[in-house]
Design a protein around this ligand. Structure first.
Ligand SMILES: NC(=O)c1ccc[n+]([C@@H]2O[C@H](COP(=O)([O-])OP(=O)(O)OC[C@H]3O[C@@H](n4cnc5c(N)ncnc54)[C@H](O)[C@@H]3O)[C@@H](O)[C@H]2O)c1
Length: 255
């Protein structure tokens, strides 16, 4: 069994959006270590190193997405796995962001997934083991303060994941998502740096998760690879929490 998992992506090709940083990079590296050839599609493709291939891609630009997906698929001669992970954040209540900010976040976090998926579908239909995994968030499921726009975008990702799963399961393309809690990535590092008291903010984020710590990017990557793996061939239309128990558990306060 261990050998099967260590090379479960052997012979398969993957693209990971937002693959130059954080969860995306950890996922791209894990896919490669388990046998896949992997392209990181990102605004900053120069940040990825061998064996990953960096391809410049802006998920808000349809021409850029089509060119990047085609470049990866033609280079690899196939495309089997799509990890829709690129995303940006937003803070504040429902009144905090203007229309341009709403359009920008929804453009990256939601429409970006549609652009990448529709560009990849012709190749995925030719794959014997096709899978799409979307990066959703605890914010789709739980009401977090000061995250109205971001939560709206991830709620849309949740619904989009289920609809895509229904549309494509009979074509042999499995669609699933992960819903991470707070993950220790450069993104969260930037948020902490901007807080008035970064140490207190980190402690508050850690305490919010029943596990008492932040999720690691590697832990999310393992969950994504579980869903993308040919070994999970009957798993479709699921959204897997990777949140230290934040969504499902109700602990008593520590005594
Ligand atoms: N970090 C968390 O706590 C957390 C929790 C839940 C969900 N998520 C989700 O995980 C995903 C990755 O987050 P992360 O924490 O690794 O962030 P990150 O900022 O470390 O990495 C995001 C990557 O996406 C790329 N990107 C941004 N806009 C892009 C665009 N228009 N086109 C192509 N690439 C673009 C960036 O260049 C960057 O490399 C996001 O979808 C985010 O919403 C993060």
């Amino acid at each position: 069994m261990t050998d099967a998992v260590s090379n479960d992506f052997g012979g398969l090709a993957a693209v990971v959006t937002g693959g130059a940083s954080g969860i995306g990079r950890a996922t791209a590296e894990l896919l490669a270590s388990r046998g896949a050839t992997v392209a990181a599609l990102d605004l900053n493709p120069d940040q990825v190193a061998d064996p990953l291939i960096g391809i410049r891609c802006d998920v808000t630009d349809d021409a850029s997405v089509r060119a990047a997906v085609a470049e990866a698929a033609e280079r690899f001669g196939r495309l089997d796995i799509v990890i829709n992970n690129a995303g940006i954040g937003a803070q504040g209540d429902v009144a905090a962001n203007d229309d341009a900010q709403w359009q920008q976040v929804l453009d990256v976090n939601v429409i970006g997934m549609a652009r990448v998926s529709r560009a990849a579908l012709p190749w995925l239909r030719q794959s014997p083991s096709a899978a799409i995994v979307n990066t959703c968030s605890i914010a789709a499921w739980a009401g977090l303060p000061q995250r109205a726009l971001y939560s709206a975008s991830k709620g849309a990702v949740y619904g989009l994941t289920l609809a895509m799963a229904a549309d494509h399961v009979r074509e042999g393309i499995r669609v699933n998502a992960v819903a991470p809690g707070t993950v220790d990535t450069p993104w969260v590092g930037r948020l902490l740096d901007a807080a008035p008291d970064p140490a207190a903010e980190r402690a508050a984020l850690q305490a919010r998760q029943p596990s008492g710590r932040l999720v690691s990017a590697d832990e999310v990557a393992h969950a994504i690879c579980y869903l993308a793996s040919p070994l999970s061939g009957s798993t479709a239309g699921t959204v897997l929490a990777v949140d230290g128990g934040m969504y499902g558990l109700r602990l008593r306060p520590p005594s």
